[in-house]
Structures are given as C-alpha cells and as structure tokens.
Design a protein around this ligand. Structure first.
Ligand SMILES: *[C@@H]1O[C@H](CO)[C@@H](O)[C@H](O)[C@H]1NC(C)=O
Ligand SMILES: *[C@@H]1O[C@H](CO)[C@@H](O)[C@H](O)[C@H]1NC(C)=O
Ligand SMILES: *[C@@H]1O[C@H](CO)[C@@H](O)[C@H](O)[C@H]1NC(C)=O
Length: 507
C-alpha cells in the first residue's frame, strides 16, 4: 500500500473534480440546447434526436393555468333586456298626398331668388348626408323647406350602404337605413344622391367635394341630419325684421346674403334691413366674418349648417379619411386655418341640434290643429329612464325635460281655441299644466300662445326645439341615442341591422 502525503491526495481530488466538471458541463448545456431545439417550432428536423424527444430529459413545461369554471374564454354582449318601441312615421300625411302642405307665406322663396345676388352664379345646393333614422332626416329636411330653402336646391345624400335597397323600396320604416325615395323626390320635391358604398364621415365630406366637380358648384352648403332649422321669425336687430314685416329675411335669404358677402370678400353692412324687432338674446348677431377671398367655410351654429368653399377643401387635400369620425372636423378646420383659409361664424337662423322628432311634422307647416310636441325615437328602458331623469335634475338648472311627450308639452300654455281645434283636427292636446311645472329657457313674449297665429306658432316651435336640444344634451345617456332606434324592417340582406354599427357617418 502506497501512502501519499495528505496534500497530494487533496490536490489530486481537486484536479479530478475539476476534470469531471469540465467534461460533464458541455453535456449539461447540450441538454438544455436540445430541449430548446426540440421545443422550438422552427428547429430543423435533423436537429431532433433520432429517437424523438421522449428520450431527452426535457424541462417540465409550466403547469397550465388552473381552469376557472366561471370564466369562458369567449365574451358575449349581454342580451338586451329591453327593446325600444317601434318608431312612428312622423309625417303620415306624405303617404296620402302628392303635395305637402303650404309653407308659411313669408318664407316662400321668390322664384330663382339666388339670381338677384351678384356673384352668386349657380343655385346654392344644400347637402344633407343620411345614414340612419328616417324620422330624424325627414324632420331636418322639412324644417329647411319650411324655413324657405327651395326643394330643388336640397340634396339628400343617401349614405346607407344598402346599395339599391331603398331605391327599390326593399326596406321599411323599422329599418334604421330606411329612406323613402318616393316621398323625398315626388312629394317633397328634393333631390336624392346615393353614395356607392357606406362612407365614413370624413369620406362623406370628400364625396361632397366630388359632387361639386360633377355639378360645377363653386360653393355648397351642407347640414347635419339631426337638426331643426328655423328662420328668425321673431326678428333679430341688425339682421332681420320679424316675419310679415318689411325687411324680414328667411333663413334661405340670409344664407344667400352671407354667400354673396363671402364671395365678395366684404363684410355685412349691419344697418341694412334692420328693424326694431324683438331682441333675441340667444341669437345675437355674431362677429362679422373677416373679409378674405381665401375663404374656407362659414359656420351657422358651428358646422350644423356650413357654407363650404370646395377650392379650400381641395387646397388642404380634403378631409383625412384616416380620422374617420369624431375629431376629423377639428383636423380639417385647423388645416384650413393653418393654410390661411378663413373660417368664420355667420347667422341665418336657429339651427338646433336634436335627438328627438316632432310627433307630427305638420307642426313645421304651422298646422293649427297640431300641437308641437316631440318624442325620443329610442327612449330609455324604464329603469334607465328613472336614473337619467334624476341625473338631469342634478345637471341642468332644474330642467327635467325628457322624451316623454306627455310631460314635455304639459307646460305649453296654449289658448283654449287652439286646444279645441287640436281635439277636432289632430292628436289630443295636452292637459293644461301647473304654471310652476318647469322653467323653460325660451320665454314666450306673451301667454297664452294662439296656435292659429303663425307668429305664436313659431314661438311654440322655437321653445320645443330648445327643449329638444336640452333633451339631447342634458340627459345622462349621450347625445346620439337616436342612432340606436329601429330594428329589422325589410327584405334586403343589405339592410341587416348590426348592433354596434352606430357611427355618426350620416350626421
Ligand atoms: C314610400 O312612400 C310612398 C308614397 O307615400 C308610399 O306609397 C310607399 O309605400 C312608401 N314606401 C315604403 C317602402 O314605405
Ligand atoms: C351701410 O348702410 C347704410 C344705410 O344704407 C349706409 O348709410 C352706410 O353708408 C353703409 N355703410 C357701409 C360701410 O357701407
Ligand atoms: C286666435 O287667433 C285667431 C286668428 O286670428 C282668432 O280668430 C282667435 O280668436 C284667437 N283666439 C284667441 C283665444 O285669442
């Protein structure tokens, strides 16, 4: 037996250990490399062990997350517990007549009125884009007609994305994309243009520009489809006398004046045509537009009604179709300003942003047998109604208006004669209301209102339009509830209603 000194044994052991480590380490590394290669979906076949991965001691895969029985990997929209009632035809008279009722005489435009304005070389078209909600569109169209816009200069741009379904009358009233070509063209006498496919809001604006090339329009007006337009029939000092008096100017007349002044690059002479009419605090004249031949747009109540210069739109490269909906207006109008094209406010009438519809559009023709009142085409579910009413009460100056027409017209103070007429000639009039019921923003010049007098009727329309505005903007439900109205309706597969397709492409 050979005895080695202890230090030699120790150093030999260390050397041996190191040797083992150096020899074994690459195999360990190779093991994890193999594991990677085998696990990787990109590893070439040849890299795999010939006997398959079973032989290799793979690192155990991480345990799968414990299955939770409550959570399904798919999420479904909750089934609606409430469906809004069907919308009502707001103008049944159109189905039984070939001519609409006469518009107030003082708003009837003289034939070819636009020719009297120097520089106005073509009849100014008014374009109204439409994607959904026929009652809302019809209200907007009728309000412009009764405010004096000539029917043959009003173009409804059908942007429903339903191809020929409406032209062939394949959809019906309960379809959100329904539009009656016959009633618009044959009865009301307005024009209908169709977009080839459904366009976003920005694309629709570019389509308006395309129409201006087709028709040779050096300018055009466009309006949203969810507004009620009224002329300044009570008069506005410095702008127009009251309806029926010398110096009265309808919405259409004031639009022609604004157009002429804008084209001339001159500002309005504020003393012309003025009278000492009833002051209208809500609609005092706006600041004069800056004189400029490089004009882009004139806004009447922001862009709810807009006078547009197609040259300016071309100069900025059109609307940005990659900002398809909200904020696209901010983008386009900012680019006008940055490129030195003027944008200014103008006043031609009262353009009210709404989400509800007059129950009978004969009201806009001042039919004394119809008491103006409105309904929400997509009223809230009963429970929602309670909470949103409570929200409104907290919100706006104590005004609790909603779409429930019984309450909304309850405070109208209308003469007994008119109420009696309403009973015989139209829908039942609301019961007289307690005077403290509700504070309205638009005060009547006197009470009671006599619906047989056109001027009184206008005040009632004006106040109801104002209530419609607060119904839209004061509730807790968002502004575009009307876009959720209507379900189904019609035979065309192109008219299929899709929940969640609510977009402001038509307004
Ligand atoms: C459209 O209006 C016309 C005329 O009022 C009517 O005869 C027709 O039935 C309406 N079409 C649809 C699809 O409702
Ligand atoms: C505005 O009109 C009035 C009355 O017609 C006239 O006297 C005045 O000179 C005009 N002002 C301007 C700046 O044109
Ligand atoms: C309302 O106006 C009509 C038409 O001017 C008139 O005949 C009627 O007497 C008026 N009614 C009231 C209650 O003043």
């Amino acid at each position: 037996m050979i005895l080695l000194p202890r230090w030699k044994v120790l150093s030999c052991g260390i050397v041996l250990l190191l040797g083992v480590v150096v020899l074994v380490y690459p195999f360990l590394r190779l093991g994890s490399a193999r594991q990677y290669l085998v696990a990787s979906p990109w590893s070439p076949k040849g890299w795999k062990s010939a006997k398959g991965q079973d032989e290799l001691p793979l690192r155990p895969p991480p345990p799968p997350p414990p299955p939770s029985p409550e959570k399904s990997p798919l999420k479904y929209k909750p089934a609606p517990t409430y469906t809004a009632p069907p919308v009502k035809d707001p103008f049944p008279l159109l189905s039984t007549t070939s001519t609409p009722p006469p518009i107030p005489a003082y708003n009837v435009p003289p034939k070819d009125a636009w020719k009297a304005y120097d520089g106005v070389t073509v009849a100014p078209p008014l374009l109204i884009g439409f994607t959904r909600n026929w009652p809302m569109l019809l209200q907007t169209v009728v309000s412009y007609l009764t405010a004096g816009w000539p029917a043959d200069q009003l173009y409804v741009v059908e942007n429903t994305g339903t191809q020929q379904a409406n032209a062939r009358a394949q959809l019906s009233l309960q379809n959100p994309r329904f539009l009656n070509h016959t009633q618009l063209r044959k009865v009301l006498g307005v024009r209908v243009v169709q977009t080839p496919v459904l366009l976003s809001f920005a694309q629709l604006q570019n389509f308006f520009l395309a129409l201006s090339y087709d028709h040779g329009w050096p300018y055009y007006f466009w309006s949203h489809m969810d507004v009620v337009a009224l002329s300044h029939e009570a008069g506005v000092p410095g702008l127009t006398a009251a309806a029926g008096e010398k110096g009265y100017k309808s919405l259409y007349t004031l639009c022609l004046e604004t157009l002429q002044q804008t084209l001339r690059g001159s500002s309005r002479n504020a003393t012309n045509g003025a009278s000492t009419a009833t002051p209208d605090k809500v609609n005092s004249p706006p600041p004069e537009p800056a004189p400029s031949p490089r004009w882009a747009a004139r806004f009447f109540a922001y862009d709810h009604l807009t006078l547009q210069n197609p040259r300016a739109l071309e100069a900025i490269g059109g609307w940005d179709a990659f900002i398809p909906y909200y904020m696209t207006d901010c983008d386009a109008y900012s680019r006008f300003a940055m490129a030195g094209w003027s944008v200014a406010d103008a006043d031609a009438g009262i353009i009210t942003d709404t989400a509800s519809v007059f129950d009978d559009l004969r009201a806009l023709y001042r039919d004394p047998g119809v008491v103006p009142r409105f309904s929400d085409p997509n009223p809230p579910a009963p429970e929602e109604k309670k909470s949103s009413k409570a929200g409104r009460r907290r919100g706006r100056r104590g005004w609790g208006g909603g779409g429930d027409s019984d309450a909304d017209t309850a405070s109208l103070s209308i003469s007994a004669t008119a109420t009696a007429q309403a009973h015989t000639r139209g829908p039942a009039a609301p019961p007289p209301s307690p005077p403290h019921h509700r504070q309205r923003d638009v005060p009547f010049p006197h009470e009671p209102m006599n619906l047989s007098l056109a001027t009184d009727y206008w005040w009632v329309l004006r106040r109801e339009a104002d209530n419609m505005f607060h119904h839209k903007h004061g509730g807790g439900r968002g502004r575009n509830t009307w876009q959720g109205a209507q379900r189904g309706g019609g035979t065309s597969p192109l008219g299929t209603t899709r929940a969640g397709s609510r977009r402001p492409s038509g307004c």
